[in-house]
Design a protein around this ligand. Structure first.
Ligand SMILES: [Zn+2]
Length: 298
């Protein structure tokens, strides 16, 4: 493996580029509301491969996998819980094929939709669910497990531990924050960036960060807050292309590639190590981010 570890690649100050949206890309390719996105890894692998390839071609150093909702808790809504291993393994294998030997596959694990606080599941059930998904993603060829869009500390912590204790993969953990009326950043469950960082690191995450949310600009403030408590670990940002406007039932994300690229210097100044996109970002956004990063002399 000539690509080595992601944490080593950013050690000397190099900024890496990650990929853009998967969900909105799948919708553009015909995924309908109510369809299971992860089933496409088996039923429409060429379309999934095309998404992965288009981000590699745009200049991404790493790509995610089509497995965001691939926990058995999410798949059971579609009657697919017994195919959890198969779907996740396929997701990782497809992204591995696109990434080749030179780029990293950071395999996506999203929230389960279950809340420990509400007694929906036990800690053991949740841990076992994350373990099952992470092991399958690793088996399919993932370099890292990217636990993302987290908002509850207990769920994030179990997911990180399950990935750390059962795979050899590097583990990334990112939270989604909204700006409150007081101007503070909090997850849906009221968690601050500082507490998110502390919990993710205690559980064993190698890389921390933030994804989704309102757009690029807020990400700069969130990274600054994270850097107040953590100076050494790499930080990853997957930003949405702004806050969506719903036009005739379709979400339109307003930030253009050029607008996002213009904020790259500030994001790097705040000491972000890995930059990519979330909802609404396209290969064009990633191409613009790549160019912006390449033009900065460190
Ligand atoms: Zn998003």
């Amino acid at each position: 493996m000539d690509r080595g570890l992601i944490v080593d690649a950013v050690k000397n100050g190099k900024v890496l580029i990650s990929d853009g949206a998967w969900g909105t890309f799948l919708q553009n390719k015909g995924l309908k509301p109510g369809d299971c996105p992860e089933l496409w890894c088996v039923d429409r692998p060429d379309d999934v491969l095309d998404i992965a390839r288009s981000y590699i071609e745009a200049g991404a150093d790493m790509i995610e996998t089509n497995s965001f909702g691939g926990s058995r808790f999410k798949l059971e809504h579609y009657g697919l819980a017994d195919r959890t291993t198969e779907l996740n393994e396929s997701a990782a294998r497809i992204s591995r094929q696109a990434a080749g030997d030179g780029k990293w596959v950071i395999a996506s694990i999203g929230p389960t939709g279950k809340m420990l606080l509400m007694g929906d599941v036990t800690e053991d059930e949740l841990y076992d669910g994350f373990k099952e998904q992470a092991v399958a993603l690793a088996k399919g060829g993932a370099d890292a497990i990217c636990i993302e869009t987290m908002s509850a500390l207990d769920e994030a912590s179990l997911a990180v531990r399950a990935a750390r204790e059962n795979t050899e993969c590097e583990v990334i953990c990112t939270f989604t924050f909204e700006r409150t009326v007081k101007g503070e950043y909090r997850t849906m469950m009221g968690v601050s960036p500082i507490d998110a960082v502390k919990t993710a690191l205690e559980a064993g995450a190698h890389i921390i960060g933030t994804n989704c949310g309102n757009g690029f600009e807020g990400m700069i403030d969130i990274v600054k807050e994270m850097r107040d408590v953590e100076t050494g670990k790499p930080i990853l940002v997957h930003a949405n292309a702004g806050l969506p406007n719903n036009v005739n039932g379709v979400d339109i994300f307003p930030e253009t590639p050029a607008q996002m690229a213009a904020l790259v210097p500030d994001l790097i100044k705040a000491r972000t190590n890995i930059i990519g996109g979330c909802c609404g970002t396209t290969p064009e956004h990633i191409r613009a981010l790549r160019k912006a990063v390449d033009e900065i002399k460190i």
